[in-house]
Ligand binder design. Structure first.
Ligand code: 4NP
Length: 164
């Protein structure tokens, strides 16, 4: 079992899309039952809300249904997840503050999502599409899908090493 939490600011645009895409890919590979997948936001404005309709629409165009409801990240998430992936560097900084002293291995637990993007080297953000047009959601979807594929390859390898 491995548990992964995707985190953005509002938990209505980027991280629900990452959660939905990653779950879809894990299901395709028969790994969904061995993974706990969730998403959360550093902010509380949208708690309880479904994803932004523009995220729901871009996911649907790619055959994926988003079913999450927004929640705010909490300090206890540091011990409940194996890997917490921040969508941008502001989210990463907020999480570092929130988890201060709570995570046994902060460097292993908390990473930038796009550290797993095969097309980037160095720190890269998933840009916040909230205030832009629908094109921004397609751009975000493309980087989320590419990154989730490579993340899943790595997670699958570590599940194999952990004993089938
Ligand atoms: P997200 O996008 O962090 O990708 O969910 C945002 C959603 C809402 C707001 C900002 C970003 N907001 O300011 O309400």
């Amino acid at each position: 079992m491995a548990s992964i939490l995707f985190v953005c600011l509002g938990n209505i645009c980027r991280s629900p899309l990452a959660e939905g895409v990653f779950r879809h890919l894990a299901r395709e590979r028969g790994l969904e039952s061995r993974l706990h997948i969730d998403s959360a936001g550093t902010g509380a404005w949208h708690v309880g809300n479904p994803p932004d309709p523009r995220s729901t629409e871009v996911a649907a165009r790619h055959g994926i249904r988003l079913e999450s409801r927004a929640r705010q990240v909490r300090s206890g998430d540091a011990t409940r997840f194996d890997l917490i992936l921040a969508m941008d560097r502001a989210n990463l900084s907020d999480l570092t503050d929130l988890f201060d002293g709570r995570a046994e291995d902060p460097a292993g637990l908390l990473r930038l999502f796009r550290d797993y993007d095969p097309e980037v080297t160095g720190a890269a953000d998933v840009p916040d599409p909230y205030y832009g047009g629908p094109d921004g959601f397609e751009v975000v979807h493309a980087m989320v899908e590419r990154t989730c594929r490579s993340l899943l390859d790595e997670v699958a390898r570590s599940l194999d090493q952990a004993g089938g």
